[in-house]
Design a protein around this ligand. Structure first.
Ligand code: PEP
Ligand code: MN
Length: 374
């Protein structure tokens, strides 16, 4: 895909910093926030939601199209370009007419391919950037599908916005980052800029800086941060919005590291460390293959002796001893547990397969104890 990188969108160089309130609530609130953000000198693009897709019908749903006029004032008085969320073709057309500089499709809308189709047909060939938030569920194909739909409408200024996924259980985050999905997205579409929205991920203001730093360390193309002039009285997402001062403090403390460094000493040393990691990975894979070959031998042996694949005491002993060993080597016990569980699952699967094969070849005593198996 020949996607135009954020640095060539015309809003400035470096990681793209998008900031502004969750919702446009009044002309005064919007102007006060925009003026304060402009004064920080750190913002490339001002954001505000006009049409808010709220979970419950009685919540504040945004000021709608009348706020387009307020955004025009933000633009002329502060010089900041402005971005708005679009959830329907009508929103998209109104934004194009009003001279909005960029739009994004929100997480709820991205989850519905029909909505994305309708929006992109209204945006067909648009010159303005279109950002695509991740869908609510960690479904990479759905996210990629929405990006492909935007691309096939002839739009070339595209970015993904990683804002995390709805948790199915209690979580520290409002939306679980699942960083690995953003990494997978970047490996599937290497030219696609991925911006992080630490505000919707965190759900609370004091977690935003830490999450933003993590995003920068993952070499994301920018940040979209919710900033409100008076978060305590915000009409939507009040817990997660920073005030302009908190935003400035966060920005001054964030470490913007470069993804490369021209220094030869650095490159050589990193190369040496990478070679060592490559060699260890090579050995790990060889060791895993040897372990699985032994598992298959065990499967055959157990089958011939009429013994079940899984024995609870042995598994508990493996889990405990490996975790203990890992801890003594300075590893995280939970991490060792996860690794050993995956290895054990694969071992069981292999033993199962051997047993099935032997049985169908008539090489095992009749199985009477399948029910005890894991
Ligand atoms: C928003 O950006 O205010 C918003 C509604 O975000 P999301 O679509 O990520 O929930
Ligand atoms: Mn919001």
């Amino acid at each position: 895909m020949d996607i135009v990188q954020t640095g060539s969108w015309g809003f400035g160089e470096g990681p793209m910093i998008i900031a502004g309130p969750c919702s446009a609530e009044s002309e005064e609130q919007l102007m006060a926030t925009a003026v304060a953000l402009k004064a920080t000198g750190r913002v490339h693009l001002f954001r505000a939601g006009l049409w808010k897709p709220r979970s419950r019908p009685l919540s504040f749903a945004g000021e709608g199209s009348r706020a387009l006029e307020w955004l025009r004032r933000v633009k002329t008085e502060t010089g900041l370009p402005v971005a708005v969320e679009v959830a329907s073709p009508e929103h998209a057309m109104m934004c194009l007419e009003a001279g909005i500089d960029a739009v994004w499709i929100g997480a709820r809308t991205v989850s519905n391919p029909f909505s994305v189709d309708a929006i992109v047909s209204a945006l067909q060939g648009a010159e303005i950037p279109v950002m695509v938030k991740n869908p609510l569920s960690p479904d990479l194909e759905l996210w990629i599908g929405a990006i492909e739909r935007v691309y096939s409408a002839g739009i070339r200024k595209i970015a993904a916005v990683h804002r995390g996924f709805t948790p199915y259980d209690k979580s520290r985050y409002r939306n679980i980052p699942k960083w690995e999905l953003a990494i997978e997205l970047r490996s599937r579409i290497p030219s696609l800029p991925v911006i992080c929205d630490p505000s919707h991920m965190s759900g609370k203001a004091d977690l935003v800086p830490e999450t933003a730093q993590k995003a920068l360390d993952m070499n994301m193309a920018g940040l979209m941060v919710e900033v409100h002039n008076d978060p305590a009285h915000a009409l939507s997402d009040k817990d997660q919005q920073l005030d302009p001062e908190e935003f400035e403090k966060m920005m001054s403390e964030l470490q913007f590291r470069s993804s490369t460094c021209g220094d030869t000493g650095f490159i050589n040393h990193l190369e040496e460390l990478r070679n060592r990691v490559d060699s260890i990975d090579h050995q790990l894979i060889g060791l895993l293959a040897s372990r699985m070959r032994i598992s298959e031998e065990m499967g055959e042996y157990k089958c011939r002796s009429g013994v079940t694949v899984f024995q609870l005491e042995r598994w508990l002993e493996i889990l405990q001893s490996r975790t203990r060993h890992g801890l003594s080597e300075g590893l995280d016990g939970e991490f060792v547990g996860r690794v050993i569980r995956i290895i054990h699952e694969e071992s069981i699967r292999r033993q199962d397969e051997v047993m099935k094969r032997l049985r169908s070849a008539g090489g095992c005593p009749p199985a009477g104890n399948d029910g005890e198996k894991e």
